[in-house]
Design a binder for this molecule. Structure first.
Ligand code: FEO
Length: 502
C-alpha cells in the first residue's frame, strides 16, 4: 500500500497497530506506531528510510508492487536505529550496489547492526546536496542525538518537504496519514509523551538544531516524520511546540508519585495532594502509584510539572526498587527548571526519604524539605501531611496566592491537636545549593559531555585529536568534538563533583 504525500512523493511505510513495547520494554506504546518510509520518483528514484526489521518482507513485497527495486537510484538513511534501518539487509540483498546516503556516524551504526561493511556508503554532512532531477535537490542536515549520533534530516527542495526522521514524530497509529485528519488531543498527547520520554535529554540540541534549520530560510510546506503523522497543516506548530518543550518546560502542575508497602505512604500522598489544593486550587495535581500506573505517563506528567513529590516506604533502610528505578530514569532524562521533595512512611528507620532527597539533588532538582511519618499516619500525622502540601503549594507557587485564604487554612490545621508531630518531624535536610552560585573552572577540572556523558580529563587529554595529556579545557581547540557523540565544546559542562562555588 502506498499513500500519496505530495507531487512525486509517496509513503511506503508500515503501520504497527499491536506493538506495545519499544526500547526493550522501557517505552510503552499505547496508540500503536508507524515506521514511515518515503519513495521520491523524480528523474532519480530515492527511498528515504526503511521500516522495522520485523516487517522487512512485507515492506519489500509492498515496494515491489509499486516499483522495480532496481529502479531505486539512491537510498537515504536518516537514522540507523532498527525501527528505520531494519529492512536494509533484506533490501540490499536485492539491490546490493545501491548507494546509501548517510552520516559518517551512521556507517558505524548501520554496519554494527547489519554487518555489511561492503555496502556502498556515501557519507554526507550538513549542507551537502544530491540532485534528483526535475530541478529538485535533496539537502542533508546532520542532527546528532536527535535521536542518535548518526541522525540527520533530509530536505527536498521545490516540494519543501523536510524528512525529519524521529524529530517531530510520535508513536501513534492511524489509517489517516496527515496531522489535520486525526484526533488532535490524541496526537498532541503522543507528541508530548514521545518528547518527554525520548528527547528531553537532548533539549539543548533541539533548540540549536531548530534555530540552525530556520537560519537556512528554507520554506517548509510539510514535515514528513519517521513515526506517526505527516505535518501538512501548519507544520510550524510542532516546531514551535518543540522550542517550548526544549526551553525548561513547565506548567502550573505538580506530580506526586510513590510506592507503598502498607498503604501508609499512599495515605501521605493523598494528604499532601489535598494540602496543595487547599492553598492553590488552580494548580493541577496528579497522584500515581509507580507499581500500578504507566511509567511513561508518569514521566510525561513530571515533564509537564513545575515540581514533583516522590514518596517511598523505607524497606531495608532504602527506598523501594520501583522508586529507585524511576529516579534513575528521571536522572537520565535531565529535566530542568523543576522543584522536588521526598516523603515516606517508615517503621524504625526512615532512610528512604533521605536517599530520595539526595537522588533528587543529584538529578538537578531544586529540592524542598522532605517529610517522614512513622508507621501508619494517624489523624495528626495526616494533618501534618496536609500542612506539608500547603507549604509546598506556597513555596512552589508561580504567582501570588490568595494569602488570606491560605493563612486561614494553615492556621486551621495548626490549631488541631498534634500527637505525632515530634516523632514525625521532617528531617533536617540541607537545601540544594543556590542555582546562581558562580562557577569556577580550574585547569585540573574535568568536563562532561551533557549529551553522552563522556568525560574530558585534562590529565589524559584526548590523544585521538592530538590534545596532549595535561591540556586544560580552556586550551582545548574550539573545533574539538566529543569522541563519543561527535558534538562540540558547547555541550560540555563542568563535571558536577568538581564544581567550585565561588
Ligand atoms: Fe525511531 Fe531513534 O528511532
Amino acid at each position: 500500500m502506498t499513500i500519496h504525500v505530495k507531487n512525486n512523493i509517496h509513503w511506503v511505510g508500515q503501520r504497527d497497530w499491536e506493538v506495545q513495547d519499544f526500547h526493550g520494554t522501557e517505552y510503552k506504546i499505547t496508540k500503536g506506531t508507524s515506521y514511515n518510509s518515503y519513495l521520491i520518483r523524480e528523474e532519480k528514484t530515492v527511498l528515504i528510510d526503511t521500516v522495522d526489521h520485523r516487517f522487512s518482507q512485507q515492506f519489500l513485497q509492498n515496494l515491489e508492487a509499486e516499483i522495480d527495486l532496481n529502479d531505486i537510484d539512491y537510498i537515504v538513511m536518516n537514522h540507523a536505529e532498527e525501527d528505520h534501518s531494519g529492512a536494509l539487509t533484506a533490501l540490499m540483498a536485492k539491490i546490493p550496489n545501491t548507494p546509501i546516503y548517510c552520516t559518517e556516524n551512521a556507517v558505524d551504526s548501520i554496519v554494527g547492526h547489519h554487518h555489511h561493511p561492503e555496502w556502498n556508503f556515501i557519507t554526507v554532512k550538513t549542507g551537502d546536496s544530491l540532485d534528483v532531477g526535475n530541478g529538485k535537490q535533496l539537502i542533508f542536515i546532520e542532527a546528532p542525538m536527535l535521536h542518535w549520533p548518526d541522525s540527520m534530516m533530509t530536505y527536498l527542495t521545490e516540494d519543501a518537504v523536510l524528512f525529519s526522521n524521529d524529530a517531530f514524530g510520535q508513536h501513534y497509529c492511524d489509517e489517516r496519514l496527515f496531522n489535520d485528519e486525526v484526533d488532535q488531543n490524541e496526537l498532541m498527547e503522543q507528541c508530548l509523551r514521545y518528547y518527554a520520554n525520548i528527547l528531553t535529554p537532548f533539549s539543548s540540541l533541539v533548540t540549536a538544531k531548530i534555530h540552525e534549520v530556520l537560519s537556512f530560510n528554507l520554506p517548509v510546506d510539510m514535515i514528513a516524520t519517521a513515526h506517526g503523522i505527516v505535518w501538512r497543516d501548519n507544520p510550524a506548530q510542532i516546531i514551535h511546540q518543540y522550542l517550548a518543550w526544549a526551553d525548561a518546560y513547565q506548567e502550573d502542575r505538580i506530580t506526586i508519585f510513590y510506592d507503598s508497602m502498607s498503604n501508609n505512604t499512599r495515605m501521605m500522598a493523598d494528604g499532601i495532594a489535598q494540602g496543595i489544593h487547599d492553598v492553590d486550587p488552580n494548580v493541577a495535581v496528579k497522584v500515581y502509584n509507580v507499581a500500578r500506573h504507566d511509567k511513561n505517563e508518569i514521566l510525561a506528567q513530571a515533564f509537564r510539572s513545575k515540581g514533583i513529590l516522590v514518596g517511598s516506604s523505607t524497606m531495608n533502610n532504602v527506598m523501594m526498587p520501583k522508586i529507585a528505578a524511576m529516579l534513575e530514569e528521571i536522572t537520565g532524562l535531565r529535566f530542568r527548571n523543576k522543584k522536588a521533595a521526598a516523603f515516606g512512611s517508615y517503621g524504625w528507620n526512615g532512610g528512604a526519604v533521605d536517599r530520595i532527597h539526595t537522588r533528587l539533588m543529584d538529578a538537578g532538582f531544586e529540592t524542598s524539605v522532605g517529610l517522614k511519618v512513622k508507621w501508619r499516619p494517624d489523624r495528626d500525622a495526616m494533618q501534618e501531611c496536609r500542612q506539608h502540601g500547603q507549604r509546598i503549594a506556597k513555596e512552589w507557587a508561580l504567582r501570588p496566592l490568595d494569602s488570606a485564604n491560605s493563612r486561614s487554612i494553615i492556621n486551621q490545621v495548626m490549631s488541631k491537636p498534634s500527637q505525632a508531630v515530634n516523632q514525625n518531624a521532617a528531617p533536617a535536610i540541607t537545601p540544594a545549593p543556590a542555582k546562581n552560585a558562580s562557577l569556577v573552572v580550574d585547569d585540573a577540572q574535568s568536563m562532561i559531555c551533557t549529551v553522552c556523558q563522556w568525560v574530558y580529563d585534562p590529565k589524559d587529554g584526548e590523544p585521538n585529536q592530538d590534545i596532549a595529556a595535561g591540556t586544560p579545557w580552556a586550551q582545548v581547540a574550539d573545533d574539538f568534538l566529543c569522541p563519543e557523540c561527535g558534538l562540540g565544546k558547547s555541550v560540555f559542562a563542568v563535571k558536577k563533583s568538581e564544581v567550585n562555588h565561588a
